[in-house]
Write a protein that binds this ligand. Structure first.
Ligand SMILES: [Zn+2]
Length: 247
């Protein structure tokens, strides 16, 4: 009966949030509108309708959830797994905390407290080869020495681990837009599209930097990779690939 009810709902509504199991007519509009973001055709950023009206999950959170649900055993591990979650999104944190098979390490440089540890990803306090999973979603574009952060993430990940290191990116540019002298929030808004971003990633340079610290990088697109949930219903961007790293 429940299955039939869900089927009818999914026909009636355009949007489905797998985080809070809710059906909606549309997502809430959110995001920045700076000219530079349009100019580089930013993917994973900019003003768009993407927030869940109930749990507030952005599109990238539903994307990561869908990938982890479909392609990994994180939610039903046969053995316990150790997970590092940098700058944890509340919606994912709530799910991970409830799962007894996940030894969970949510970390944040600024918003720590409760169960979230203080951590700087350019200098992590964990031993090498410690984590089975890493999730670091829309963080690296805030970090000046992003290669150092990547090498730290590489160091703490187990050799057979899986990392999701998502960033907003552009395929219209060949090299990153980056300048260490641009520091004022209003300058960063104009140049990088957000007052606390320090660069706009070119897809190709992002992959190159990840490779330079040792990561093997693959990408997965929810529209072609047959994940468990319908990407259109989840409000995912057809152009947005998920970046997956391995050691
Ligand atoms: Zn939701």
């Amino acid at each position: 009966m429940k299955k039939l009810y869900r089927k009818v709902k999914s026909i009636l509504y355009d949007c489905y949030c797998p985080i809070c199991i809710g059906y909606w007519d549309e997502w809430i509009e959110n995001g920045f509108e700076f000219e530079i973001l349009k100019k580089v055709n930013i993917i994973g950023g900019g003003k768009r309708k993407h927030l869940c009206p109930n749990c507030g999950s952005p599109d990238r959170v539903r994307m990561i959830y869908s990938y982890l649900h479909s392609k990994t055993d994180l939610f039903s591990p046969k053995n316990p797994v150790v997970l590092l979650h940098v700058a944890p999104e509340r919606q994912l944190l709530d799910i991970f905390e409830k799962n007894n098979n996940i030894e969970y390490y949510p970390c944040d440089k600024f918003n720590y407290g409760n169960n979230v540890q203080k951590a700087d990803i350019t200098q992590l306090q964990f031993v090498e080869n410690f984590f089975d999973f890493l999730i670091c979603n829309h963080v690296l574009e805030h970090i000046e020495d992003d290669a150092k952060a990547m090498s730290e993430l590489y160091r703490v990940m187990k050799p057979n681990g899986i990392g999701i290191l998502q960033i907003p990116y552009s395929i219209s540019i060949k090299t990153n837009i980056e300048n260490n002298e641009i520091r004022l929030p209003e300058e960063r808004e104009l140049c990088f599209g957000q007052d606390d971003h320090v660069r706009i990633y070119a897809r190709s340079e992002y992959i190159k930097t990840l490779n330079s610290v040792g990561f093997k990088v693959s990408t997965s697109n929810p529209y072609s990779a047959h994940w468990d949930f319908n990407p259109k219903k989840l409000g995912l961007n057809k152009r947005e690939d998920l970046f997956i790293v391995q050691k």
